[in-house]
Design a protein around this ligand. Structure first.
Ligand code: PGA
Length: 249
């Protein structure tokens, strides 16, 4: 089983989200492509609408891009895991590099959020990845394994957890596409440490329809976490098909 998902980041109006979800529902009316688990992580403002359009029996798992560790209270601007679940989320994205860099997310807050998500029966999608300078210095494995160790401290059952390895130097418009050789060592390390215990370990960062198959062929890669290349529903569907083709081959 390969996991293939997208976060829309801070993009999309209600109208845009409903249109995307409607076309996704239509395309997946007979179920997800064989061997693939799709997931979509919209902004919180459109989560409930996307959930409604996809419908209860959709093969697409929905997620939130962040959630607070507390169940409720005076945390202006935040949403709780329970609120995300109420709007249709089954998965919580935690620790994306943009949140670590710009919103003071630390290994400690990431760990609190992972534990809160599990406590409330949702699935954490834990994002980790090293900056370019660490990659250049050959420190990727230590950096990334350290982030995962910190995020999962005190957690004994990891079976529902997804890890997304997203090197910061590969993410976004100014990112450099990673080649298999750039990421193989991190996947080998994560797979040997966590491969048997977590649900899957995904790759993210400038994934597109051209490089997806090469990335999925790296040992230990259990799926893709995609930004820009899945913001058109046709692009996302193409990635689901590429992954399914590899599973069926
Ligand atoms: P990108 O984003 O695919 O647009 O590089 C990836 C991510 O941040 O998860």
């Amino acid at each position: 089983m390969l996991w293939v998902g997208t976060s829309w980041k801070m993009n999309g109006t209600l109208a845009w989200a409903r249109d995307y979800a409607g076309r996704l529902r239509e395309a997946l009316a007979d179920g997800a492509p064989e061997g693939v688990q799709p997931f979509v992580i919209p902004p919180a403002t459109v989560l409930a609408a996307v959930h409604e359009v996809l419908g209860e029996d959709s093969p697409v798992l929905l997620g939130a891009q962040n959630a607070h560790w507390a169940e409720a209270g005076a945390w202006t601007g935040e949403i709780s895991v329970g609120q995300a679940a109420d709007a249709g989320a089954e998965l919580i994205e935690i620790g994306h590099s943009e949140r670590r860099e710009f919103f003071a997310e630390t290994d400690d807050t990431v760990n609190r959020k992972v534990r809160a998500t599990l406590r409330q029966g949702l699935r954490p999608l834990l994002c980790v990845g090293e900056p370019g300078a660490v990659f250049d210095a050959g420190g990727s494995v230590d950096h990334v394994v350290g982030q995962v160790d910190a995020a999962l401290a005190g957690v004994s059952d990891l079976s529902t957890i997804l890890i997304a390895y997203e090197p910061i130097w590969a993410i976004g418009e100014h990112g450099r596409e990673a080649r298999a050789g750039d990421i193989a060592a991190v996947f080998a390390a994560l797979a040997s440490e966590y491969g048997e215990r977590v649900a899957a370990i995904l790759y993210g960062g400038s994934v597109n329809q051209r490089n997806a198959a090469e990335t999925l062929a790296v040992p230990g890669v259990g799926g893709l976490f995609v930004g820009r290349s899945a913001w058109r529903v046709e692009g996302y569907l193409e990635l689901l098909e590429i992954a399914s083709g590899l599973v069926r081959a």
